[in-house]
Design a binder for this molecule. Structure first.
Ligand SMILES: [Zn+2]
Length: 175
């Protein structure tokens, strides 16, 4: 879901957060993935964006109860064929670092594998879009009741923004 969030305000302002190879490298670093490779290729960026678009289309199709495109399913399965990230146990015997042997292909393979598991297991019913129309972010609803409507209820997320708006509106009323 973090990966899908690299387009902000989807369908509204569509803020592209993977504009350059640096952005992609930054995202990978932020995800805590260790690697020997430091040089990314232009094809890495285009592959990452293509896979992200495929995932969004498949999610949208499933949410609209449409059958996803054969080519999109093929692209997911193809991405998952490459060697995924592998876990490395820390020297002290605890802690796990995810290591990429071929950086972007490994990252995309792992993302594709996770996505396939999510969709294939029926967990896709828990994938929702934020109720804030300017946000529209995909998120995974882990609540037991499966009734979340905002992408985040804590921190700077939309749930909090909505709560603040409601609070301000109530107080305006009281004056
Ligand atoms: Zn949101």
């Amino acid at each position: 879901m973090d990966f899908l969030a690299t387009v902000g305000e989807r369908g509204h302002r569509d803020i592209e957060r993977l504009r350059s190879l640096d952005d992609l490298a930054g995202w990978i670093k932020h995800a805590g993935i260790s690697t020997q490779e430091t040089l990314l290729k232009d094809s890495d960026l285009s592959e990452a964006k293509t896979l992200r678009d495929v995932m969004v289309r498949v999610l949208e199709d499933l949410q609209e109860r449409r059958k996803p495109d054969v080519a999109d399913i093929g692209a997911l399965n193809q991405a998952a064929k490459r060697p995924p990230l592998r876990p490395e146990l820390g020297a002290e015997g605890h802690g796990v670092v995810l290591h990429a042997d071929v950086l972007v292909p490994s990252v995309l393979s792992t993302l594709a594998r996770d996505f396939i598991q999510l969709v294939g297991s029926g967990e896709v019913d828990r994938v929702k879009r934020c109720a804030d129309p300017t946000c529209n972010m995909f998120f995974l609803d882990k609540s037991r009741a499966n009734n979340r409507i905002w992408c985040a209820t804590e921190g700077p997320g939309c749930g909090n923004k909505a709560k603040k708006r409601a609070f301000v509106a109530r107080h305006r009323h009281a004056e």
